[in-house]
Design a protein around this ligand. Structure first.
Ligand SMILES: Cc1cc2nc3c(=O)[nH]c(=O)nc-3n(C[C@H](O)[C@H](O)[C@H](O)COP(=O)(O)OP(=O)(O)OC[C@H]3O[C@@H](n4cnc5c(N)ncnc54)[C@H](O)[C@@H]3O)c2cc1C
Length: 386
């Protein structure tokens, strides 16, 4: 029976649920909005497979980056619609053209995020773009396993903990599997996203969501929500409260503060993220719509990259040059929960507005804290002459 000593360590990858031969584990959403396994004890036969596949209880050792590249697709439209350089789309297309399968994160009809598999390029478009919400894995690992056994070429894209979960779940290596983990700051709560979207979309049915709209450029990206041609929201990442709460870890999954797959321990073939800072080396004109950093971690990954290299622009760069540019903190260290996280969740059900609650936690309370520090210093100065 799965025994993750502390709930805060569970990353919600669903490997335990999918491996259970008795189907006695289900995922349940807690009050923070994250999924956790719940076991029906009377059905459990104590086979311990759930423990064996858990990426938190079992961790891979760190891999060494074999090569690093700055890359972007030549297709400007794809570049515009992707989060960074559109490289994941190009790799997906390559795999699909070889009659393979691609699994990634997409929205459902309620704009919740979940993982699914596709077998053609048209359908893979729904994976494009980062969704800043934890995605639900469902039974995708089992599907991946079935495809691999059929001998199909499979590409799986996810957060490092999801890739680690898949690699543990499979219990063996498959030459026909390619995995990409995205560089991951942390994953925000699906419940907070649900509340936020309901508040901003009031009475309008949402028809499109983009977390990385590039109208104002790749670096000044915005979150954009549409109801048909009506724009319900279009706000820069530094102004938008949902993005600020996410980037400041106000409603991040607890396990992200001790990420079980950081430091290249997911077992992925590629690690891909935004190459912030690339203009230090290359002309910004080239990268204005986005540039990805592609880290190759395995020989399998290296072979695939060599085979498809001419499909996009790439320039090899020494890893030491990449490292200092914010690349990057999330690769090697975990996120730190915001100090008002507890206050936020205590008030989430009573708050009249989720936006105001976020504003209160990251702006009002922060100002109060700063004011208090200044007042304390003044008090000390006037009383002790310090
Ligand atoms: C929650 C989150 C946090 C991130 N934090 C960072 C960071 O701190 N630093 C950094 O450099 N990059 C980060 N990224 C990655 C970055 O935003 C881009 O996804 C990456 O650069 C790939 O860009 P692309 O243009 O090649 O692909 P895109 O076309 O943008 O494709 C993105 C791929 O990511 C997958 N994906 C999207 N949303 C999710 C999700 N919620 N869960 C799992 N998989 C998802 C999709 O399946 C898709 O295949 C983060 C992404 C997410 C989802």
């Amino acid at each position: 029976m799965i025994n993750i000593c502390n709930k805060i360590n569970c990353c919600g990858c669903n490997a335990c649920v999918q491996i259970c031969p008795q189907k006695c584990i289900i995922m349940e959403e807690d009050y923070e909005g994250f999924l956790y396994p719940k076991i029906e004890l009377q059905k459990c036969i104590n086979c311990r497979l759930c423990e064996k596949v858990c990426p938190v209880l079992n961790r891979f050792s760190s891999s060494t980056v074999l090569d690093s590249y700055a890359c972007y697709t030549y297709n400007e439209y794809i570049q515009e619609k992707s989060s960074s350089g559109g490289i994941i789309y190009e790799i997906s297309k390559y795999v699909l053209e070889k009659k393979g399968i691609v699994c990634g994160a997409c929205f459902d009809e309620n704009w919740e995020v979940f993982h699914s598999c596709v077998d053609n390029v048209e359908d893979s478009v729904k994976f494009r773009g980062s969704k800043y919400v934890q995605s639900k894995i469902g039974d995708v690992y089992s599907h991946v396993k079935d495809y691999l056994k059929e001998g199909k070429y499979v590409l799986f894209i996810g957060t490092p903990c999801q890739v680690s979960g898949l690699n543990h779940f499979l219990l063996q290596k498959y030459e026909n599997l390619i995995t990409i983990d995205i560089i991951c700051h942390s994953v925000p709560s699906p419940k907070v996203w649900r509340y936020y979207l309901a508040e901003i979309s009031r009475y309008n049915s949402v028809t499109n969501v983009q977390f990385r709209d590039k109208t104002n450029g790749w670096k000044n990206y915005s979150i954009k929500v549409n109801s048909d041609s009506k724009v319900l929201l279009h706000e820069g990442k530094n102004k938008n409260l949902y993005m600020r709460g996410f980037l400041e870890d106000l409603y991040t999954r607890p396990s992200c503060s001790d990420c079980p797959a950081r430091n290249y321990t997911s077992g992925s073939d590629f690690t891909i993220g935004d190459f912030w800072g690339c203009e230090k080396y290359y002309s910004i004109a080239q990268f204005k719509k986005g540039c990805s950093i592609v880290l190759i971690n395995t020989v399998n990954g290296k072979n695939l990259f060599i085979n498809m290299k001419e499909k996009f622009y790439s320039v090899q760069i020494p890893y030491e040059q990449v490292e200092p540019y914010g690349l990057h903190k999330p690769l090697t260290s975990s996120s730190k929960p915001h100090y008002n996280r507890e206050f936020f969740y205590k008030n989430i059900e009573v708050a009249k507005s989720i936006r105001f609650l976020i504003f209160r936690c990251i702006i009002v309370l922060e100002l109060k804290r700063k004011m208090k520090t200044v007042m304390d210093k003044c008090y000390k100065y006037f009383n002790n002459g310090e």
